[in-house]
Design a protein around this ligand. Structure first.
Ligand SMILES: Nc1ncnc2c1ncn2[C@@H]1O[C@H](COP(=O)(O)OP(=O)(O)OP(=O)(O)O)[C@@H](O)[C@H]1O
Ligand SMILES: O=P(O)(O)O[C@H]1[C@H](OP(=O)(O)O)[C@@H](OP(=O)(O)O)[C@@H](O)[C@@H](O)[C@@H]1OP(=O)(O)O
Ligand SMILES: [Mg+2]
Ligand SMILES: [Mg+2]
Length: 339
């Protein structure tokens, strides 16, 4: 398998190697191999993370996906996010051959998030509702063929307009992040399956990104799509295309917002949601996009779950990530001689 690097990537790798090599008196306790895209390496493998890790006895080693995995290392932990089925097979084979290595995360669990239908199923099954709030998923329909049937199916299922239309499969490509807003049923037949159709939930234009790293949780606010009023819905028709909404969305943490919109979901609710999803999904590294239904205090909708998201944007991710790595079971029984 050939995964090409570029000049920028080479420079970044050298910078990281320099931090790795700059003397540390702390013996290595944990060797972490990482197989990431060059974009991910740049955003995640920041010198501050690598330096802090080094001082805590964690050494990061870049995995070359073009070479046999078992010939590299040995690793205690492998972090990975690379596209393609081929890589998935490589990493699964390695995981089975090396049960002593913690592979974050198991590829079959990661794949569960590559489909927007299956990704939200566990949230729906969870039926989470307690004194701290209710967590649901938007009403959703999966269309795999024959777009001409969409208007009928939408009417039959009793969906309220407008609808958010997303590609069914998430493969890391720009196309899999495209989004459409459909204001009338007829225009839906123009769309290209496989797709999921979701009811648009008014949420005051603010979204909560809940980052999960093992047992650690951090939540941040982001700007999101604004409310769509009944008047606007009556005026507009057709399907509107958004190349990628979330990428351009700025942090809303410092904005002067209506408190009823900006107030973070209650911590116990987030803790329960994260704990349950970690177990049900079998994942340690993911984030959850959650919105509060406009006009309510505690009715939330999960609209998206992402594997190994942009942790570089999570406050204090260096500390959280290194503490997480050191909490993995490996460290308990490992008898690596001090170097
Ligand atoms: N059902 C919905 N109701 C209201 N707004 C929505 C809904 N679904 C998505 N959105 C808006 O569209 C944005 C993009 O949707 P979503 O998060 O599902 O796409 P994505 O491409 O997977 O995003 P990411 O970059 O986080 O992976 C959301 O951040 C939110 O602003
Ligand atoms: O681009 P960023 O680093 O911000 O990370 C984004 C990440 O892209 P990358 O993994 O290719 O880097 C996306 O992954 P794919 O779905 O495309 O696989 C998805 O997880 C987004 O939700 C992340 O943004 P965040 O949710 O953290 O804002
Ligand atoms: Mg999202
Ligand atoms: Mg997503």
């Amino acid at each position: 398998m050939r995964v090409n690097g570029d000049e920028g990537e080479d420079k970044h790798t050298k910078e990281i190697e320099q931090v790795e090599e700059s003397g540390s008196v702390v013996p290595t306790k944990l060797v972490v191999g990482y197989a990431l895209t060059s974009k991910k390496k740049k955003s995640f493998m920041q010198p501050k993370l690598v330096g802090l890790a080094r001082n805590k006895g964690i050494s990061f080693i870049a995995i070359d996906p073009n070479r046999t995995l078992s010939d590299q290392g040995p690793f205690d932990v492998v972090l990975h996010k690379l596209p393609g089925r081929e890589w998935c097979e490589v990493i699964e084979e390695y995981r089975q051959k090396h049960p002593e290595v913690t592979v974050l995360d198991p590829p079959n669990a990661v794949q569960h998030l590559h489909n927007r239908q299956s990704m939200l199923q566990d949230v729906a099954d969870l039926n989470l509702s307690d004194s701290h709030g209710t967590v649901c998923v938007p009403k959703q329909l999966t269309i795999t063929k024959d777009p001409s049937s969409i208007p009928n199916e939408v009417a039959k299922a009793g969906f309220k307009l407008p609808l958010v239309v997303k590609p069914l499969l998430v493969d890391g490509s720009a196309k899999s992040h495209e989004l459409f807003l459909a204001y009338d049923q007829c225009s839906l037949s123009e769309l290209e399956p496989p797709l999921v159709l979701q009811e648009f939930v008014n949420h005051g234009g603010v979204l909560f990104k809940i980052y999960i790293v093992g047992e650690a949780i951090k939540v941040v606010r982001r700007f999101s799509l604004p409310n769509i009023s009944k008047r606007e819905l009556e005026k507009l028709a057709g399907v509107f295309h958004f190349p990628r909404v979330s990428c351009a969305a700025a942090s809303a943490d410092d904005a002067d917002l209506d408190p009823s919109i900006a107030e973070l979901p209650q911590r116990p609710l987030l803790e329960r949601l994260a704990r349950e999803l970690r177990q049900r999904l079998g994942l340690q590294l993911f984030n959850v996009d959650m919105i509060r239904e406009y006009g309510t205090k505690d009715v939330f909708y999960v609209i998206d779950i992402n594997y190994f998201p942009g942790y570089g944007k999570m406050p204090e991710y260096e500390h959280i990530f290194t503490d997480f790595l050191l909490s993995l079971p490996q460290i308990m029984y490992k008898k690596r001689p001090a170097t």
